[in-house]
Design a protein around this ligand. Structure first.
Ligand code: AR6
Length: 178
């Protein structure tokens, strides 16, 4: 699939049109990748976020990227891991889907994601990876307007798990649309 890649790096340095922020429901900043994005984007990002009045878990809202290379930030709110029986997988899939829907609606063709919920929110990477990859894959199948999606892992360990999961799920799949 040449419209999707798994890479290791710092999401704040991304050259995609939009990066996705793993935010919380207030959209007013925090630690992890959220803190890094706000530091890199500058205070104008927080000012715009204040106008959005938060975001529900699984949904997404778009702001400009300010001092980032990325023109837009798509803020989504992942589920807090509670053991797996609280609807976490469906909410995590909804984050990826609603972020990509927001990209399509704005004409954004390239999107870079962090591994949503797998830091402070505690979702185990081996359980998050298949949910994330299936959600991205099925969106790309139906939406040719999205030209490139990347999963930007912060560590090699996480990238290895995403790659192994990707190979287990999709090895041998030949679909001209992807
Ligand atoms: N680039 C790419 N990935 C990163 C970066 C970076 N610069 N920094 C961290 N990660 P987290 P969550 C990875 O904790 O679990 C915030 O306080 C990190 O290794 O950022 O969804 C929010 O305000 C992990 O794999 O997000 C919320 O309150 C992944 O990003 C809460 O944390 C997600 O980790 C959200 O928690």
């Amino acid at each position: 699939m040449n419209r999707f890649a798994i890479i290791t790096g710092d999401l704040t340095q991304s050259d995609a049109e939009a990066i996705v922020n793993a935010a919380n429901r207030t959209l007013l900043g925090g630690g992890g990748v959220d803190g890094a994005i706000h530091r890199a984007a500058g205070p104008e990002l927080l000012a715009e976020c204040r106008t959005l009045h938060g975001c529900a878990t699984g949904e997404a809202k778009v702001t400009r990227g300010y001092r980032l290379k990325a023109r837009y930030v798509i803020h989504t709110v992942g589920p807090v891991w509670q053991g797996g029986n609280a609807g976490e997988a469906a909410l995590l899939a909804a984050c990826y889907r609603s972020s990509l829907e927001a990209a399509s609606a704005r004409g954004i063709a390239t999107v870079d994601f962090p591994s949503i919920s797998t830091g402070i929110f505690g979702y185990p990477v081996p359980l998050a990876a298949p949910v994330a990859l299936r959600a991205i894959w099925s969106y790309l199948e139906d939406h040719p307007e999205i030209q490139r999606v990347r999963m930007v892992c912060h560590t090699e360990d996480a990238a290895r798990i995403y790659r192994q999961t990707y190979n287990a799920l999709f090895a041998g799949t030949k679909d001209e649309r992807l």
